[in-house]
Design a protein around this ligand. Structure first.
Ligand code: AMP
Length: 130
């Protein structure tokens, strides 16, 4: 069965899309740790990030860098934390999270409950900074 992220790629499930090219897609995490928390995924479904071919993985990080810099311009923060967990959704993804301290990367924290309007506003501001 296709992963939830493949269903987003296929357009079957909506997302707050930030950027895409032929190979990768970036969109807001719907249960974010911080405003601007985004995910970067390969369009081709692969569960474990280290099973992605070297060249594609390098390109994925370059794509994530572009998105991360746009998030940094949009959301006041010290920097963008970059992490990979992958225990919940079996489709490789890089988390990009605006952070001010190490605690902002704590995935056991209660997630923010943002309204669709707030998510859309954040999304459009990030897109404007790409
Ligand atoms: P993990 O696999 O542990 O890295 O966590 C998966 C992440 O994907 C979590 O932060 C979820 O909030 C996020 N997530 C799950 N479903 C969606 C979705 N439909 N749209 C955006 N983010 C999602």
């Amino acid at each position: 069965m296709a992963s939830i992220f493949s269903r987003i790629v296929a357009g079957e499930i909506p997302c707050y899309r930030i950027a895409e090219n032929n190979d990768f897609l970036a969109f807001l995490d719907i249960n974010p740790l911080a405003k601007g928390h985004a995910l970067v995924i390969p369009k081709k479904e692969t569960d474990y990030i280290f099973n992605i071919e070297d060249e594609e993985l390098a390109a994925m990080m370059v794509f994530a860098k572009k998105v991360g810099l746009a998030i940094e311009k949009t959301i006041p923060c010290k920097r963008i934390g970059v992490t990979v967990i992958g225990l919940e959704v079996p489709h490789a993804h890089i988390h990009l999270i605006p952070i001010n301290s190490i605690f902002d990367m704590d995935f056991s924290k209660t997630k923010l409950a943002l309204s669709p309007e707030e998510l859309e506003e954040i999304r459009s501001k990030i897109v404007a900074n790409l």
